[in-house]
Design a binder for this molecule. Structure first.
Ligand SMILES: Nc1ncnc2c1ncn2[C@@H]1O[C@H](COP(=O)(O)OP(=O)(O)OP(=O)(O)O)[C@@H](O)[C@H]1O
Length: 331
């Protein structure tokens, strides 16, 4: 459904070249839900804008929904849906009218478009807002209207740029359900960017991680997690001056990697976390080190991200999921 080779885009900014996307190869098969993860400025939006014909690549080739990106951009546009980060609703139009007009651009009858639009409004929790102007909606409601616009013509391939940023947990869960439903009922292929690791984990069949304009990892969430190698061990010492000793004991476990110390907290990785934990408790006890907490857990996607990019996605400015009420209050 998407096949890109060496896709690149360089921007010139004050005589300096910014290699926003530096040669990306990617393949997305029909019916897949693929998540594009990366820190701020990694090149996610630039890649999406190239694949949706909004931005010309400086190099590389791609076919999208069966059409050549460079030779047949109109063909690509007819076959895809795109929900941008900034949204595309006209503030003065009536929400329902806009959704119907959008579907009619794709040759869908008014009757059919109204039925699809009303179903989307129900599913995206926009009931009662058909006649409302977007300028009189909350940020979360506008976001869901953007998504209805991107989906109403039932494209075979849909690109969603951070679709759930700013949505409350209930609206996010509804949208995930809707995306899964699209795939189950119509075989829709979905390519989405997200800052939320739980979203990528729960929704995506496959994840591509991009950093500094290059794809640094690709696989199912489970594959990526098992590539991290080992379970994550965390020990919180009662006193910070014992943390070095805890780290030394952790490092001595079979197959362990060098742990990191942060105040009283020591975090490391070792294969077979359960057995490693038991051995570590014995060692700590024998050394007389007082411990406030100890745990072993399976690696998360954040651990994957940290291992690949040296940064935690949580530290790279991922926006928190904001309840709709607070967005409304902030307006
Ligand atoms: N029009 C532009 N002119 C100059 N530089 C740009 C332009 N658009 C993007 N860039 C730069 O290209 C890089 C990639 O930006 P991009 O928006 O693709 O990242 P992103 O991964 O989508 O980030 P975010 O998660 O913040 O949306 C950044 O360094 C950005 O500053």
């Amino acid at each position: 459904m998407i096949h890109a080779r060496g896709l690149a885009r360089t921007f010139r900014k004050k005589k300096q070249e910014v290699h926003a996307v530096a040669g990306v190869d990617l393949d997305v098969e029909a019916g897949e839900i693929v998540g594009f993860l990366g820190p701020n400025g990694a090149g996610k939006t630039t890649t999406l804008r190239m694949l949706t014909t909004l931005l010309e690549p400086t190099a590389g080739t791609a076919t999208v929904a069966g059409c050549d990106l460079i030779a047949d951009p109109v063909g690509v546009r007819r076959r895809i849906g795109y929900v941008s980060q900034s949204g595309s609703t006209a503030p003065e139009a009536r929400a329902g009218e806009e959704v119907v007009d959008h579907a009619r651009l794709y040759g869908i009858s008014t009757e059919e478009a109204t039925a699809r639009g009303k179903r989307l409004f129900r599913e995206l929790d926009l009931d009662g807002l058909w006649e409302r102007q977007p300028k009189a909606m909350s940020g979360g409601q506008r976001r869901r209207l953007d998504i209805a616009l991107g989906l109403v013509h039932v494209p075979g391939l849909v690109f969603l740029d951070e679709p759930t940023t700013g949505l409350d947990p209930q609206a996010r869960a509804n949208l995930w359900q809707h995306i899964r439903g699209l795939r189950a009922e119509r075989g829709t292929t979905v390519f989405l960017t997200t800052h939320y690791l739980d979203e990528a984990d729960a929704l995506c069949d496959r994840i591509l991680v991009i950093d500094s304009g290059r794809i640094v990892a690709a696989g199912t969430p489970d594959q990526l997690k098992s590539d991290v190698g080992g379970d994550v061990l965390t020990v919180t010492a009662e006193h910070a001056d014992a943390a070095g000793q805890v780290a030394a004991l952790m490092a001595a476990l079979p197959g362990a990697e060098a742990p990191q110390v942060d105040g009283t907290r020591v975090v490391g990785r070792a294969p077979n976390g359960g057995a490693a934990l038991v051995a570590l408790v014995r060692e700590l006890d024998a050394a007389g080190i007082a411990v406030a907490g100890i745990e072993s857990r399976r690696p998360s996607l954040d651990d994957v991200f940290l291992g690949l990019t040296g940064r935690s996605l949580r530290e790279t400015g991922a926006p928190p999921a904001v309840p709709t009420e607070s967005l409304e209050a902030a307006r």
